[in-house]
Design a protein around this ligand. Structure first.
Ligand SMILES: [Zn+2]
Length: 292
């Protein structure tokens, strides 16, 4: 057991490998918000972990089954990634409820527990620290914390009415999004944004501004969203990660990512700003009368 918390606030998630297990009394959508460990029959054969939430006042209970184990009778297997994407989309459509943050943390920590079973320095089986949320090696004393990998995602505009959207080789057909990539060791976020855009489509950018962020636990990312303006170069997709890229006007966008993604939030905010700008041009504020 790790962490301490108020059992009154505890909700549970159960995983088998990377898959979420859904108790029989819940729909998949309900399972995104966890289950009450007091009300659901206590599953046998799971390892149990009490994981503190960052607010310090409550915990989630993680039950982790062996990936090779059969799902327990009546429990269903659900893809955690699809469930999380659906919960994020619903929250964004409903005005930004963050209830699914517990599922975000559960997915991230379940994976980390699985991947940090042994000390990275001496290979001894890791335990958990008593005084903080960390792995602890009983042999050499090394502590390991949940890994968080920063990645930048950049909305590049032409400084007027168009943004650069690209189709990644991994995207489902037709979806175009912003350019993104992991931050390299020793690199700051602005350098990462410049490098990713240059590598993927061959253009240089300026006026890089932070806009928004989103944790995404597949694998263990923290997406950091930026806006930037094109400074030079013609678009040349690298044809490895990026298969197509082009400028798109705010009122004629191709299919873009679903709500709930930081990419969509950046695109929506930019479209709103362009729409307001157009309205101002059509209906300019009346000039104030000059004093006599
Ligand atoms: Zn060690």
């Amino acid at each position: 057991m790790i962490g301490r918390g108020d059992p009154m606030n505890t909700i549970a998630f159960r995983f088998r490998g990377q898959d979420l297990l859904v108790p029989p009394e819940l729909s998949d959508a309900q399972a995104a918000f966890g289950f009450d460990p007091e009300k659901s029959a206590a599953p046998a054969g799971s390892r149990r972990y009490s994981v503190p939430l960052p607010d310090g006042g409550s915990c989630i209970e993680l039950l982790i089954d062996d990936p090779a184990a059969e799902p327990p009778a009546l429990w269903r297997v659900a893809g955690a990634r699809a469930l999380l994407a659906a919960a994020a989309e619903q929250a964004a459509s409903a005005g930004g409820s963050d209830d699914y943050s517990r599922l975000l943390r559960a997915c991230h920590i379940a994976r980390w527990i699985d991947e940090s079973a042994f000390c990275g320095r001496c290979g001894t089986r890791n335990g958990f620290a008593d005084d903080e949320f960390a792995r602890h090696c009983p042999s050499c004393g090394k502590r390991e914390y949940p890994r968080i990998s920063p990645a930048v995602i950049v909305l590049v505009s032409d400084g007027a009415d168009r943004i650069l959207l690209a189709r990644n080789a991994k995207f489902r057909n037709g979806v175009h999004s912003l350019l993104a990539g992991f931050v390299e060791a020793g690199e700051n976020l602005e350098e990462a944004a410049r490098r990713e855009v240059l590598e993927e489509v061959g253009v240089a950018i300026r006026d890089i501004r932070y806009a928004a962020s989103q944790p995404w636990p597949f694998p263990d990312s923290l997406m950091l969203g930026f806006t930037a303006i094109h400074s030079e170069g013609d678009i040349r997709p690298d044809l490895v990660e990026i298969m197509e890229a082009a400028w798109y006007s705010w009122d004629a966008l191709p299919e873009i990512p679903n709500r709930g993604s930081v990419a969509r939030a950046l695109i929506d905010a930019w479209v709103d700003s362009r729409r307001l700008c157009q309205n101002d041009l059509r209906h300019p504020p009346k000039a104030e009368r000059s004093a006599p």
